[in-house]
Design a protein around this ligand. Structure first.
Ligand code: UDP
Length: 367
């Protein structure tokens, strides 16, 4: 375990994060802690540790390096969660935080919630109550377990709140606050529009290309599945979509290399992007194909139509407002036509971009 600085004061907030989406969605909360001069510290579990999935986001979102980095990545899920609970318990014993905040549905989130609870801290779960109702997804089990040990459930939407109430969680613990992705997009959008060179770099014309991302094990670990998805997206023909830019997650890249499957000519594979470049790419796309959770929300907030390459989503609000549709390889083409015909005028269900303030209004009452 690495750590710098001195022990934080009692009554502090511990913010636990470990992966790309957590860094992005915790950024506005960290900023707001700084702005209010609240006593807080950040613990990184190390679940994501490469420059392209980790360091670049601290730079792009102007975050200090975490006070602690446990360096726990690349382990089977059970061992990873166990090691994280143990490492986080050591940090919490030393720091004695009053509140532990976690965001999302990863192994780091579950470990943070369990360790926080076991250490006698109050646990706040940001993005509580999301449910895909698919228990084969490890994230779904992480969501359910995290919500059940949490004391403050920061639900992004009314729908998420209803899911929690159906599981018997006391309504007093649930606060609907919006999703902090709206905060991130609100703050980054201006910078992105003027500063990212990404469209020029790839010779792209605004609204004349698509973006593709894939990283869920169910889509990328099986080469046949990955190939049929890439083919389906690569063969959608439309004058608005001559090119498909595919920033490839390392997991996906590894599968592609291992299996030697070929990439359709319309698809341009590139390295994963930093946040500002990705937001610039996504916000100017005509359509987004993804199996990511966070990107379904971003597309919805940015008013870019989304086709989600999965059988279920824990973000049904995006479908309800008309921003998103589920598809499998055989239905990609139909789903695309459907989404291209939609007017980009739907209501954003994820709030006004002041989610971090609402969360800290609640957390502050316990410090
Ligand atoms: N993202 C990024 N660069 C990329 C691909 C994604 O910055 O090349 C961002 C994207 O904007 C979104 C987040 O990563 O906010 C989503 O993370 P990911 O898809 O890894 O996780 P999930 O949301 O599915 O948990």
């Amino acid at each position: 375990m690495r750590h710098h600085h001195m022990k934080t004061t009692r009554g502090s907030i511990a913010i636990v994060l470990g992966t790309r989406p957590e860094i992005i969605k915790c950024a506005p909360i960290i900023d707001e802690c700084r702005r209010r001069a609240l006593p807080f510290f950040v613990v990184h579990t190390g679940q994501h540790y490469t420059a392209e999935l980790d360091a670049v986001f601290f730079r792009d979102l102007h975050l200090d390096l975490p006070k602690y980095n446990l360096g726990i990545g690349s382990l089977p899920a059970g061992k990873m969660i166990g090691a994280m609970i143990s490492g986080l318990s050591d940090v919490f014993a030393r720091e004695n935080p009053r509140v532990v905040l976690v965001e999302g549905d990863t192994n780091s989130v579950l470990a943070g919630a369990v360790a926080g609870h076991a250490s006698g801290s109050l646990v706040g779960h940001v993005e509580a109550g999301l449910r895909s109702f698919d228990r084969a997804m490890p994230e779904e089990i992480n969501r359910i377990m995290t919500d059940s040990v949490s004391d403050m459930l920061f639900a992004p939407t009314k729908e998420a709140r209803v899911n929690l109430i159906h599981e018997g969680i006391h309504r007093k613990k649930i606060i609907v606050v919006g999703n902090s992705i709206a905060d991130v997009v609100r703050r980054a959008k201006g910078i992105v529009d003027t500063h990212s060179p990404i469209l020029v770099q790839y010779g792209l014309v605004r609204r004349r290309y698509a973006v593709l991302t894939l990283h869920r094990p169910s889509n990328v670990d099986d080469p046949l599945r990955l190939m049929s998805l890439m083919r389906a997206v690569g063969h959608v023909s439309s004058p608005e979509m001559k090119r498909i830019i595919f920033p490839m997650h390392p997991r996906t890249h590894a599968c592609l290399k291992r299996s030697g499957i070929s990439v359709p000519p319309a698809v341009t594979c590139i390295d994963p992007l930093g946040y500002l470049d990705f937001l610039a790419l996504a916000s100017n796309a005509r359509i987004i194909y993804t199996d990511s959770g966070g990107i379904q929300e971003e597309a919805c907030v940015l008013r870019v139509p989304c086709v989600t390459l999965r059988d279920s989503t824990e973000r049904p609000e995006t479908i309800a407002v008309g921003a998103n549709i589920l598809a499998r390889p055989a239905t990609v083409s139909r789903a695309t036509r459907h989404m291209l015909a939609r007017r980009r005028v739907w209501k954003n269900p994820f709030g006004d971009g002041h989610t971090a303030e609402r969360i800290l209004d609640v957390v502050s009452t316990y410090l």
